[in-house]
Design a protein around this ligand. Structure first.
Ligand SMILES: Cc1cc2nc3c(=O)[nH]c(=O)nc-3n(C[C@H](O)[C@H](O)[C@H](O)COP(=O)(O)O)c2cc1C
Length: 181
């Protein structure tokens, strides 16, 4: 089974991120994926002394987070849009690590009034900087796919987009090591 981790980027009480993450989880075929939701609420503000690129992690929460990312075969990041970008906790979580992101297949699922398109575009840029393999993004649009309260009634179009992203992640995982495009 392939290990899929779904990261919830927001941490505020009452956030709708977990509902979006549950929907993403429900779309991942159980014959292919073993899914775990990851919550960033307990990850403190970046507090390692050494540079992440040295991999010399000292804190238990850094080691735990590094293991979660390293042991995943693929990741879906669900993100809202805060002030035209992604919320701070996901940047903090990315900044903690370095080597663990290298070639990691990642798909992005935004949610918001514009489907969080600015947030997913910015997140793509940051994740590509740490050499993650971003396969693409989709965005649930408020009132079309999800209500601002987090009630989901996702359109066929968005559902198909997520299906294609999950297929792309699965293809990356199945790719022989060292394969080039
Ligand atoms: C600080 C803050 C800034 C926001 N800025 C935007 C924005 O720029 N564009 C947008 O479409 N929605 C914006 N929203 C609305 C969020 O997309 C919406 O509240 C969403 O549910 C937040 O995700 P969460 O419930 O997982 O925290 C903002 C919300 C917050 C709390």
């Amino acid at each position: 089974m392939k290990q899929l981790r779904i990261v919830v980027s927001s941490t505020r009480p009452g956030r709708i991120g977990p509902k979006v993450a549950e929907w993403v989880a429900s779309q991942a075929p159980t014959s292919e994926w073993e899914v775990e939701l990851l919550d960033l609420s307990s990850l403190p503000f970046f507090d390692e002394e050494d540079m992440p690129r040295n991999g010399n992690y000292a804190k238990p929460h850094t080691k735990d987070w590094a293991s979660k990312v390293f042991e995943s075969d693929a990741i879906v990041v669900v993100t809202p849009q805060y002030n035209r970008s992604f919320p701070a906790p996901i940047k903090n979580a990315i900044d903690y690590l370095f080597a663990e992101w290298d070639a990691k297949p990642i798909a992005l699922v935004g949610y918001g009034w514009s489907g969080a398109s600015d947030a997913t575009a910015d997140l793509t840029k940051v994740l590509e900087h740490v050499k993650a393999d971003v396969v693409g993004a989709t965005g649930l649009v408020f009132t079309q796919d999800v209500s601002p309260a987090g009630d989901l009634d996702v359109t066929d179009e968005r559902r198909a987009e997520l299906g294609a992203l999950l297929d792309a992640l699965a293809a990356k995982v199945d790719e022989p090591v060292g394969a080039t495009a």
